[in-house]
Write a protein that binds this ligand. Structure first.
Ligand code: ADP
Ligand code: ZN
Length: 436
């Protein structure tokens, strides 16, 4: 299939030209924020920076960072850079890691966001001939609104399903011959599992592609979803603070997501020191919105950990690529004094199961001691294995976890379907310690 682009000029722009465009936009954006956002102006003044100091993208590092704490401090209007009467929409974070953040959009901001999503849909092979089933939640969450708008822009027939009601999803998918499914990867896996139980084979399913994001997912999970649905599964990334999904998107090479650099300048920093790291380093992703009017965040710390690379991509796009963020810096749990990332546990499970199982991490405290349990769901085939086989597997996982993390976890293999399925972002960690 010939590669299609939504905006070929931008998506294939030479680096020098892109840097020039970014510089012009950055200079204008810094002035806009200085003039309209007293909160950020104060931060700049504290750092001794004025708009005159920002002459090109090379001066970006001089600007102060913004964090989620700043957005909470300035809630709701403190970061607004356009008159409220020019705003046409708000969206809000899903609150995965705390109090929700509210972001504002002018019509221009909605248009540029939808344009970014249109690039993602086109990169996944979408055209106006496609039927796009949007099974991300609609409402304040950016998933539904973003993919919906992008799908309209491309001219696809859009099915505004929202998440949940899986039987109806499947009925519409079949009756209306949906060709592209958009939802969280955990919900895609659940839809796939349900279709399989209903007796559908991948070749019976009209879908050809899926655009899945809003939460971390592994390569093993991708392969599983692709096999059950008979599709190519593309990753899409974004966050409410920068507009929503579509900040970065995967192409047919499926090896990292191209960042829409004409709208967002990406940097990787050391999360502890704030130092900007060279290309290829693993660190925290920081975004500067250079085209948004209402909510233009400068140097916003996403807390997502990934790597940027400018290696040549077979799709022809020159936009920088980010690796899948496999967890946030604040996903980290401290259990018995040890730092634990859920993604480390997932890696062990994928290795021991040779697939991506459903699992849940339960942390609690008895007296002054932390308890740490990993519940892992076994498949129907394994369920019929002997107790001995099951306890051997439990022991193996236990040993592997201890080797990786240095602490012991109670491993409980649980019955098929006993861990609740997610229709939105999966809940992998239940930390009961926070409840007291
Ligand atoms: P919340 O922080 O409440 O979850 P959002 O709904 O705006 O708010 O979610 C944005 C976050 O979701 C990102 O910062 C990132 O951690 C995660 N995310 C989004 N897309 C992806 C993706 N494709 N892969 C991994 N994580 C993702
Ligand atoms: Zn590419």
């Amino acid at each position: 299939m010939a590669q299609r682009y939504w905006n070929e000029k931008i998506e294939k722009m030479e680096l020098a030209e892109m840097r020039k465009l970014q510089s012009e936009r950055l200079v204008a954006q810094v002035k806009h924020v200085w003039d309209n956002v007293p909160y950020y102006r104060k931060k700049m003044e504290e750092k001794g920076v004025t708009p005159d100091d920002i002459k090109s993208i090379d001066d970006l590092h001089k600007l102060p960072f913004l964090s989620k704490a700043d957005l909470r401090d300035s809630y709701p209007y403190g970061m607004l850079a356009a008159p409220l009467s020019d705003c046409v929409r708000i969206q809000s974070t899903s609150g995965t890691t705390g109090k929700r953040v509210v972001s504002f959009y002018t019509q221009h901001d909605v248009d540029l966001w939808e344009d970014c999503v249109a690039r993602a849909i086109t990169a996944a092979g979408g055209t106006k001939e496609d039927v796009v089933q949007v099974a991300y939640g609609y409402g304040l969450f950016t998933g539904g609104a973003g993919l919906h708008g992008g799908s309209h822009k491309v001219g696809c027939l859009t099915l505004p399903m929202s998440s949940g009601n899986t039987e109806r999803q499947i009925q519409f998918m079949m009756d209306l011959k949906a060709t592209i499914l958009c939802c969280t990867p955990s919900y895609a896996a659940y839809i796939g599992e349900t279709l399989q139980e209903m007796g559908y084979k991948p070749e019976d399913i009209p879908l050809k592609a899926g655009i899945f994001g809003a939460e971390p997912w592994t390569q093993a999970m991708r392969e599983q979803i692709e096999a059950t649905l008979g599709i190519k599964a593309y990753d899409i990334y974004g966050l409410t603070e920068t507009s929503g999904p579509g900040v970065a998107f995967e192409c047919e090479e499926q090896s990292g997501m191209h960042i829409n650099e004409d709208h967002f300048i990406a940097e990787i920093i050391d999360p502890d020191t704030g130092e900007v790291l060279p290309e290829g380093s693993k660190g925290e992703l920081v975004f500067t919105s250079i085209t948004k009017e209402a909510f233009p965040l400068l140097r916003y710390r996403t807390r997502d950990i990934c790597i940027l690379s400018r290696g040549k991509c077979s799709c022809g796009r020159t936009l920088v690529k980010m690796t899948k963020p496999m967890g946030r810096s604040d996903d980290m749990l401290i259990i018995k004094g040890v730092n634990v990332f859920p993604s480390q546990i997932e890696e062990v499970l994928i290795k021991d199961f040779k697939a991506a199982p459903n699992y849940q991490i339960v942390v609690d405290r008895v007296g002054t001691t932390d308890t740490f349990e990993i519940k892992v769901e076994i498949s129907d085939d394994m369920f019929s294995d002997t107790i001995k086989d099951i306890s051997t597997l439990e022991k193996k996982i236990g040993t592997d976890i201890q080797q990786i993390l240095g602490i012991r976890a109670k491993i409980s293999l649980v019955e098929p379907k006993s861990i609740p399925r997610s229709e939105g972002k999966a809940v992998r960690v239940i930390d009961k310690r926070k409840l007291v």
